[in-house]
Ligand binder design. Structure first.
Ligand code: AMP
Length: 292
């Protein structure tokens, strides 16, 4: 496994792999602090592609000044050891200057859908995400790129960007990987103490409640939201940012869940830590816990 810091080196490796060796490249972009959720993406990339590239880059452009960019967990040595165990071929771990050279001034924005849900709570976040993913795709030139349904809106936006800007990369979205308690794996779970970690189970419990109601025939989005909120409101350490029911593809807000896939998503503060989770209604548990 080679760790690459320079974009030029990464570009020449990718060019050689594709042109001279005709090998397919699978790419998993991450911000490091790897957990089993990331590893489930890497596992799939390994199964589908000849060469696996994982990027580890905490992207300043997707954090607002008030957010946790400087405190975000970073441990490249630990991440690299895990990635070697998973037979990853290349780790791309650039510095901020490698990605954003002096004078950087070009951004990619998916209009409309970037402003809903996470975008409403975190203005500018998705501009940072789509910009860095566009840069990484141009550097790595992957045949396939793997994303988690954990960040459902991100997956929708990336697919839209790839289609609109004609990137030659197929996007593969994989299920939310959960702990046995139901808690979705997240690098930000590292911020939680034991009591908060127990409290954080309300996110998935609330989504399960909504899904059960849906399975029993409830189609009214307001009612599904109320049911989910009622679970979270019972937990004193939890503070709701939003609970929402949206079309699974367009992310348009829904009043009623009908034939199309619906995304129930939420963001909840546990202490100072903001966690997100979601579930898709209307499909045979495709997006459900593959995990522990
Ligand atoms: P991050 O390092 O948080 O930017 O995440 C990198 C990739 O891993 C993104 O595509 C995430 O959606 C995905 N991911 C993070 N947590 C999970 C999880 N619990 N299950 C599945 N995928 C995940």
């Amino acid at each position: 496994m080679e760790i690459i810091n320079r974009r030029k080196r990464m570009m020449s490796v990718a060019r050689k792999l594709r042109r001279e060796e005709n090998r397919t490249i699978g790419f998993v972009p991450t911000m490091g602090a790897l957990h089993e959720g990331h590893l489930s993406l890497i596992h799939e990339a390994r199964a589908m592609c000849d060469v696996v590239v994982v990027s580890v880059f905490v992207n300043p452009a997707q954090f607002s000044p008030a957010e946790d960019f400087s405190s975000y967990p970073r441990d490249l040595a630990r991440d690299a050891a895990l990635l070697a165990e998973y037979n990853v071929d290349y780790v791309f771990a650039p510095t901020v200057e490698e990605i954003y050279p002096p004078g950087f001034s070009t951004y990619v924005t998916v209009e409309g859908v970037s402003d809903e849900l996470e975008g409403a709570s975190r203005p500018g976040h998705f501009r940072g995400v789509t910009t860095v993913v566009a840069i990484l795709f141009n550097v790595v030139k992957p045949d396939f790129a793997f994303f988690g349904q954990k960040d459902a809106q991100q997956a929708v936006l990336i697919k839209r960007m790839v289609r609109d800007l004609a990137f030659n990369t197929e996007i593969v979205v994989l299920p939310v990987f959960r702990e046995a308690s139901g808690l979705a794996m997240s690098s930000r779970n590292n911020y939680l103490n034991d009591e908060q970690r127990r409290a954080a189970v309300v996110l998935s419990a609330a989504l399960s409640k909504a899904r059960e109601a849906y399975e029993e025939g409830e189609r009214n989005a307001t009612r599904l939201i109320e049911l989910a909120r009622s679970v979270i409101e019972k937990e004193p350490l939890a503070r709701i940012d939003y609970v929402s029911v949206n079309d699974g593809e367009t992310l348009e807000r829904l009043d009623k869940v009908e034939d199309r896939l619906a995304l129930v998503s939420l963001a909840v503060f546990i202490g100072k830590t903001r966690l997100i989770d979601n579930v898709v209604l209307g499909e045979a548990r495709k997006y459900d816990a593959a995990g522990a």
